[in-house]
Design a protein around this ligand. Sequence first.
Ligand SMILES: *Cc1c(COP(=O)(O)O)cnc(C)c1O
Length: 422
Amino acid sequence: MKKKPILTLNQVKEIEKTYPTPFHIYDEKAIRENARALKKAFSWNQGYREYFAVKATPNPFILQLLQEEGCGVDCSSMTELMLSEALGFHDDDIMFSSNVTPVEEYKKAAELGAYINLDDYTHIDYLADNAGIPETICCRYNPGGVFELGTDIMDNPGDAKYGFTKDQMIDGYQKLMKLGAKNFGIHAFIASNTVSNEYYPTLAGILFELAVELKEKTGANITFINLSGGIGIPYTPDKEPNDIAVIGEGVRKQFEKILVPAGMGDVAIFTELGRFMLGPYANLVTKCIHQKHIYKEYVGLNTCACDLMRPAMYGAYHHITVLGKEDAPCDCKYDVTGSLCENNDKFAVDRMLPKVDIGDYLVIHDTGAHGYSMGYNYNGKLKSPELLLKEDGTVQMIRRGETAKDYFSTFDFCDILKDIKY
Ligand SMILES: *Cc1c(COP(=O)(O)O)cnc(C)c1O
């Protein structure tokens, strides 16, 4: 599917008068429409709720949009809990799905009344000793082995650090009941960025069968099943996006087939999507400031991996559009790079693009999830602002760019840098 930038060349030129590139821009209308489509796809389930994975886009303005669309939040750290609390999320608005969890974080989650999702059997005692076992508790399941859809190996849960084994789930539920837990959830996240309408229904089948087995073996009252994240987006233009209505219907069929006959038709389905909720709905808008011609052809941008780390970290593909040259032939091969002293700071390698000139605006697509949030300050590079294209067409700054003062602020306990002029 042809990827369309959020902004036209003229819009970028206009916005640059107030907010110079580089910046991330989010599309409010598209975010809301997608959130509504998700809700509709699962509207057959009474207690359905999406808990947005805060780590994907930890911006309070974005979280507020999703809150207005009825979403809760999925947190996994102290600051994510603090951010959510400040926005008024509380009790069953919050899912706390962490791992290797510090005690203060369990305490904070308990204080907020969040659903606590335990990552490990040993965390039962850890939680009991430090924050107490709440009436409703969730355990994260790891089926081990490899996860296949048809003949494709999608991911490798056996190598993943998360979750309880099957036997630990059974023992764990029994132990938690002895410690006073009354209601239970099941959670699993076993494949990431799946571009397939089969992932959720297949996962649902596994978890629904586990739920029936756990109920039979332990007598636990299972009230929700959290399908977690993992619904992906097509980063490359040759792939078709997932169809959330088909996915919701696939999960419903499994629900009717497995849970309803077991007398478990009142179980609520939760999701904890990050990438699917935001990924496609932001662009990183940049400008070409240098070109070099050595053994390869290079296009140098006014940004770097501090604003988008996925290509450097995973070799991830992000589509690039040269604004104003949308219909020009892609007959030049470039490495599109940032300015870090790290050779992996490349947004694209051997990418066919229209001929790029200095001063051209290059739009990097699909930066709405795990984009800004994953950036880092290596080389002392400062992160760009985040902007929101509102439904009425206006642009609002939703996070300012970092300044040198921000970067040096962790030395404010002493006066060694007091002579820096900002
Ligand atoms: C990262 C994460 C998610 C969101 O994953 P996406 O691939 O962005 O949908 C959900 N739940 C947990 C526990 C996570 O760690």
